[in-house]
Design a protein around this ligand. Structure first.
Ligand code: MLT
Length: 402
């Protein structure tokens, strides 16, 4: 008898972002003439750099030529791209990775989810609360949600949680954090690494927002911390900096030295390789061609322009929120501003208020976990004009609350 995976029954009925879209569509069907300003989902708005699109067009053209056509490519990724990633790690962090330690993916989200499949379910897992909602769903679906340990983020600890008080098998960490924008200092991240080394916990480090770190006091890669290559997997993506959300390209670093749980060195790397060779036929060759270009010196300069553009937006948003008296977090070294709702509104009450009175879409904090209740997130990934309009509307709407 065919039965559904019972774990799916334990999920919330809707994932956060489709739920936001559903509510927005409902509003727009009622008020079709109202222009909305979208500071909700962290979805990029800057176009592809022309050098990147040129490489992709060239790759498509190659694919139409008898000589340069390519069938399946290596499921683990093109060696040229992996070499480029390795040399970027080397230049930025003096960290030497062998190409066998770099796995090209079709974006961070897929690997953040799939990585759990190589471990036996029923693990004791820890995650930040609030955090990116795909994590908790991945725990539930993979059968790892029975014994969750929440790493509490709040105003007091500025959303950088303390260590778990008990041993966990797996710990998901994201800095700069989505949704709170909090960054962990070297000292704070070292505490997590030291804990993991001592307890043989595996850290899954989501560093997709690390490109937004401007302040050198914060590490951009967990591998800047000594010993992290024995306890951490780092997951990266080109989505937010190189305009790749729909092109899909990321990578996962699985060091050969990892020693988590009862695994011996090389084992986790080998099992993931085995899994990927069976379950994945590689990221699109066209996206990989674009990624090679995006990660070149010229491409990284283009990415830097995008980063500065989004950070400028974020600064405008944060200034606006502070001016109207909100308690704000993040907004520096991060594309997200995280604020406490006014007048003790719930996150969804505030979402409705902002949509109706400021025609602005936010992300309700509770969508990122129970401890996000009473907060909301604004994203700097919109177009600058949209941000300016939104901030004016928000300022006006707040007069209604006086
Ligand atoms: C967000 O808004 O949190 C991000 O866009 C989610 C994602 O990257 O999937």
């Amino acid at each position: 008898m065919l039965k559904t995976n019972q774990n799916y029954k334990l999920l919330n009925t809707s994932y956060l972002f489709p739920e936001i879209k559903r509510k927005v569509a409902l509003f727009s069907s009622e008020f079709p003439n109202i222009t909305l300003f979208n500071l909700g989902e962290g979805d990029t708005t800057q176009p592809l750099a022309s050098s990147v699109s040129k490489s992709m067009i060239k790759k498509i053209e190659d694919m139409s030529s008898d000589k340069a056509y390519m069938g399946y490519s290596d499921p683990l990724g093109l060696a040229t791209l992996k070499s480029q990633i390795a040399s970027n790690y080397n230049n930025s962090y003096a960290k030497n990775f062998d190409l066998s330690e770099i796995f090209i993916s079709d974006g961070a989200k897929t690997d953040l989810f799939n990585i759990q499949a190589i471990f036996q379910s029923g693990m004791k897992v820890a995650l930040q609360n609030p955090s990116y909602p795909a994590y908790i769903d991945s725990f539930v679906i993979n059968g790892n949600a029975n014994d969750l340990v929440y790493l509490v983020g709040n105003a007091e600890n500025k959303f950088v949680p303390s260590l778990p008080t008990q041993r966990v098998d797996l710990m998901y960490l994201c800095f700069p954090n989505n949704p709170t924008g909090a960054s962990a200092s070297y000292v704070q991240l070292k505490q997590f690494v030291d804990y993991a080394l001592k307890k043989r916990t595996l850290i899954i480090y989501d560093s997709v927002y690390s490109w937004f770190i401007e302040d050198p006091r914060y590490p951009r890669s967990i591998y800047e911390i000594p010993g992290a290559d024995e306890c951490a997997i780092e997951i990266q993506s080109l989505s937010k900096i190189a305009s790749f959300p729909s092109l899909r390209l990321g990578w996962t670093i699985i060091p050969q030295k990892l020693l988590a749980g009862s695994f011996k060195r090389r084992e986790i790397n080998n099992i993931w390789k085995r899994r990927q060779q069976t379950a994945f036929n590689g990221a699109s060759i066209v996206s990989q061609a674009g990624a090679i270009s995006a990660l070149s010196d010229k491409g990284l300069k283009e990415c830097d322009k995008n980063i500065k553009y989004y950070l400028k937006n974020t600064k405008l948003i944060k200034n606006c929120c502070e001016k109207i008296g909100l308690e704000c977090f993040g907004g520096t070294n991060s594309p997200y501003v995280w604020c406490k709702t006014p007048n003790k509104m719930t996150s969804w009450e505030f979402f409705d208020f902002l949509l109706k009175e400021a025609n602005t879409i936010c992300a309700p904090g509770v969508g990122f976990g129970s401890l996000g209740e009473g907060f909301f997130r604004l994203s700097g990934f919109a177009k600058n004009k949209e941000v300016l309009n939104a901030t004016q509307h928000i300022t006006k709407a707040f007069l209604l609350l006086k």
